[in-house]
Design a protein around this ligand. Structure first.
Ligand code: ATP
Length: 213
């Protein structure tokens, strides 16, 4: 299929469709319509139809999509069917949690090694992934042609780690440090800022609680 340009909003809805479709693929029906997906996920069905038409041409009038085919199309579009090797820098509580999570396989992400400056962690294995000293980062990334770096160091260290990853040839950075990172425009920085999500929850609650019941 010839993919047209797809918005960030559409891309971020696709994993939701995928989770739902995978659950449905264990059921009796082989087909599903955009309307059914929209109803189940509380989304607008025009939006869902449009999203799916951008990543799959398997939709048929009155029949809908073959569930397994649609799963393959979405996974292919998102690149989940190619495995991407990644490195993680910062083996604190969050870093360990990410290293220990086995579910990334499903998304085509394979964390092959971890790095830290704490000597007591060097040589440890977490979920089978070895921790190396930071000075080995560039060499390993270049040798293994690693394209994804995950940053779980404290905020004040994150830019330095980001710079090393960029110099090592990494093209996409998943940043968990609550700080803005600068990188060349061809390097994608995806930041997970828990403070932003918590601010939304907190604001929602304070508005709800301030309204008279
Ligand atoms: P978390 O914030 O993940 O819960 P933590 O509170 O256990 O972790 P932090 O101080 O946030 O610890 O540090 C996370 C990890 O990052 C530690 O293992 C620390 O040794 C490591 N670290 C700190 N600076 C660097 C750096 N420049 N390069 C690599 N690792 C670093």
């Amino acid at each position: 299929m010839d993919y047209k340009s797809v918005s960030v909003q559409t891309i971020s809805r696709l994993p939701k469709y995928l989770n739902y479709l995978k659950a449905q693929s264990k059921g009796n029906s082989q087909n599903i319509s955009a309307t059914m997906i929209a109803e189940a996920l509380g989304l607008n069905d025009v939006q869902v139809r449009k999203d799916l038409s951008l990543v799959s041409d398997g939709g048929r009038p009155k029949i809908g999509y073959l569930i397994d085919e649609l799963i393959c199309d979405i996974e292919h579009f998102l690149g989940y069917d190619d495995t991407h090797s990644a490195v993680l820098v910062g083996v604190g509580n969050l870093g360990r949690a990410l290293l220990s999570y086995s579910g990334f396989d499903e998304y085509g992400l394979d964390i092959v090694a971890a790095f830290d400056i704490n000597e007591s962690l060097i040589g440890c294995k977490i979920n089978g992934k070895q921790v190396f000293p930071l000075n080995k980062l560039m060499d390993l990334c270049k040798r293994m042609q690693i394209k994804i770096g995950i940053i779980t160091v404290p905020s004040k260290e994150a830019q330095n780690v980001c710079d090393i990853l960029v110099h090592s040839g990494v093209q996409a950075i998943w940043n968990f440090a609550p700080v803005h990172l600068n990188a060349p425009s061809d390097v994608l920085i995806q930041s997970e800022n828990m403070a932003c999500s918590l601010a939304l929850l907190s604001k929602h609650l304070s508005e709800k609680l301030s309204k008279p019941q």
